[in-house]
Design a protein around this ligand. Structure first.
Ligand code: BDR
Ligand code: CA
Length: 305
């Protein structure tokens, strides 16, 4: 059993990542923390609460965190995720409230209580993570692993240079990459190969109640993204935790640009390790067939419950 703490900004693909967690008995979810990102914090938190109940995630705490970036103006992606953050999916509103406290404290205290046991998975802007490592640098030692969906060594998506989670808070991303752990970076280079094709969508249609989330969310995403289809980016980070052998990963030094006029948030990735210090394992390829076998298998198991 692998324990995971998910920091997220649901978000269509965040929702599909949480569905993968819910459908994977080998994962134990210890908490969901939220951050302002795709939509405002109030909505990412409301979506996380609704998903907790819709996906039968039990009493796992949902703890709201940072509303905006450390120093920058807000960047949102409602054009990609819809005004609600979940595209055309409409979930029943949550009946249970958030937990008391702030996500940053929750991350620090949850990792402190179980050193070496919990994998921290960040699939939104890295604001909460940066604040946690600044508040308590030992979270870097306490986390079993730190896995992100973010960045790219080949391209951006929000603009030519930067991936959304990095662009939304470059200073936080730079702090997270420089914190002293080895960041497992699942970037656009691999996530854009995890597209929901029409055949995959057809396999999601018969999944009962779960299809009411998966199908309209993925369809909406496919209509609006400029990437050639709906890539379920954030599910790649969860898939990595479940089975890292799905990915080829290469050690690299990743520096996040914070001073560029056109390149803020760019993850400048040096595979040649010119300064000799890798701070990341960067995914360079994904076994797409095995990925979908795993994801659809999890969704099918969840749909049958
Ligand atoms: C990332 O940005 C967000 O819009 C998605 O939820 C994902 O985390 C992809 O660039
Ligand atoms: Ca996200």
């Amino acid at each position: 059993m692998t324990k995971v703490l998910i920091d997220c900004d649901p978000g269509i693909d965040d929702a599909l990542a949480l569905a993968l967690v819910a459908g994977t008995p080998a994962l134990e979810l210890v908490g969901i923390t939220t951050v302002g990102g795709n939509v405002d914090l109030a909505l990412t938190t409301a979506n996380a609460l609704a998903l907790r109940e819709f996906l039968d995630l039990g009493d796992v705490p949902v703890v709201p965190g940072s509303a905006g970036a450390l120093v920058r103006d807000t960047v949102r992606a409602a054009d990609v995720h819809g005004l609600s953050g979940l595209g055309d999916a409409v979930l029943p509103p949550a009946t249970r409230p958030v937990s008391d406290g702030h996500a940053v404290d929750f991350i620090v205290e949850t990792l402190r209580a179980a050193p070496g046991e919990i994998t921290l998975v960040a699939i939104g802007p890295l604001t909460n993570i940066a604040l946690a490592v600044r508040r308590e640098p030992r979270v870097v030692e306490w986390a079993r692993d730190f896995v992100i969906m973010g960045g790219s060594f080949t391209r951006g998506n929000t603009n030519p240079a930067a991936e959304f989670n990095m662009l939304a808070d470059p200073e936080a991303a730079a702090i997270a990459f420089d914190a002293g752990w080895t960041v497992k970076m699942l970037g656009l280079d691999v996530t854009l190969t995890a597209m929901v094709t029409s055949e995959l969508l057809d396999r999601m249609r018969p999944l009962g109640r779960l299809s009411e989330l998966l199908v309209p969310a993925a369809q909406f995403y496919g209509l609006v993204t400029a990437d050639g289809g709906p890539a379920i980016h954030d599910a790649c980070a969860v898939a990595y935790v479940i089975d890292p052998s799905l990915f080829t990963c290469v050690p690299a030094r990743v520096n996040v640009e914070t001073a560029g006029r056109y390149t803020s948030g760019m993850t400048v990735t040096d595979f040649k390790l010119r300064d000799g210090r890798p701070n990341a394992q960067v995914a360079t390829s994904l076994d797409v067939k095995r990925f979908w076998d795993m994801v659809l298998g999890a969704y099918e198991g969840l749909g049958e419950r």
